[in-house]
Design a protein around this ligand. Structure first.
Ligand code: NDP
Length: 323
């Protein structure tokens, strides 16, 4: 495993980390979740990603249970939560968003579910137009000073919103956001590569990136249809199928088919190649992997080896496919 600094902070995250979205508390059972965390840990993964909204809090419960069961040392792993969507089936107005109240209550609830005394990373899961950014920065600063959170950050905020939070924090001697959690993969790259570019140097922003395989699309598993035991085959995730495969994304499948053919020519797994491509970006602090079974995770964790095998010319051929 390779370890990278989270932006300009001193925290060393495994370059490949592991997240619970869709799978924990929902698609897979407790035993498979335990096997996945164990396999990740045994392969050097030290960062486990979660959120209050994942399976309405059940993903955090399962992860907390499994981490305790495996007796992972608290000083050896990093665990995150995210606040915004709420964890209730139908959240009350005070139980969602980024108000001081919800940011505080959601932190306390995540600590209980994950069975830890502090969150290493705590993200604002989306921007909240109903709450001033200053209120959220102040709430996060308080949690850091109380020792309940070590580093706070954002997820899917615009560059301008992150810059506003940083400027407010600096002007008032408060803890500024350390990291952003954006989507980043061969099919979705503008924000990480262009919009956030000034923030890496100016604010020391780190990134923990999500959906490196575009929900599995980049493995090539949807090239010939949608299997019922795959993520996009799940009836409850019809919206995601539309987002990943439907209009206006229809030409994506053509690109992925060409990418799969190139991977075969190079003798590489498309999944490993797509994850390795994310790792080539030095502004990526950690690539968060998702997996519904251990064999997938073990395959994906070998993506670091690909970096040594693929040369500049072949990376250019990959770039040419995606434009
Ligand atoms: P990916 O894009 O890597 O998709 C993972 C899924 O793809 C797996 O669950 C599996 O689904 C399939 N897959 C993975 N590897 C393989 C393989 N080798 N062969 C075949 N199929 C494979 O990542 P996620 O979308 O899961 O995102 C990763 C993490 O990022 C999440 O768990 C979460 O922690 C975080 N995240 C954060 C978001 C945010 O808003 N901040 C949003 C989304 C994710 P299956 O077997 O079911 O087909």
């Amino acid at each position: 495993m390779q370890y990278r600094r989270l932006g300009s902070s001193g925290l060393q995250l495994s370059a490949l980390s592991f997240g619970a979205w869709v799978t924990f508390g929902s698609q897979i059972g407790r035993d498979e979740s335990r096997n996945l965390v164990a396999a990740a840990w045994d392969n050097g993964v030290n960062f486990f990603d979660n959120a209050e909204g994942y399976a309405k809090g059940r993903a955090e419960q399962v992860m907390g249970d499994v981490i305790a069961d495996l007796r992972l040392p608290r000083d050896g792993f990093v665990v995150s939560s995210k606040v915004f969507f709420g964890s209730a089936e139908d959240p009350a107005p005070t139980q969602r968003g980024l108000s001081r109240k919800h940011v505080t209550d959601a932190c306390h609830a995540a600590l209980k579910r994950l069975r830890v005394e502090y969150l290493d990373l705590y993200y604002c899961h989306r921007p909240d137009p109903e709450t001033p950014i200053s209120e959220t920065v102040l709430a996060m600063d308080t949690l850091v000073r109380q020792g309940k959170v070590l580093y706070w950050g954002t997820s899917e905020w615009s560059g301008a919103q992150i810059a506003e939070a940083v400027a407010f924090a600096r002007a008032n001697h408060l803890y500024a956001p350390t990291m952003e959690q954006p989507q980043y993969n061969l099919l979705h790259r503008q924000r990480v590569e262009q919009e956030y570019a000034p923030l890496y140097a100016d604010a020391g922003l780190g990134t923990t990136i999500w959906s490196p395989l575009a929900s599995g699309l980049l493995t090539g598993k949807y090239n010939d249809g949608i299997a019922t035991d795959s993520r996009l085959g799940q009836p409850s995730l019809e919206w995601l199928q539309t987002a990943v495969l439907g209009e206006p994304a229809a030409d994506r499948l053509g690109k992925v088919r060409r990418f799969s053919a190139l991977a075969a020519e190079l003798g590489e797994s498309p999944a490993q190649l797509a994850i390795a491509w994310c790792l080539r970006n030095p502004n990526v602090s950690s690539v968060i992997l998702g997996a519904s079974r251990v064999s997938q995770l073990e395959e994906n964790l070998r993506a670091l080896d690909v970096l040594e095998r693929v040369d500049a010319q072949d990376w250019q051929r990959i770039e040419a496919i995606f434009g």
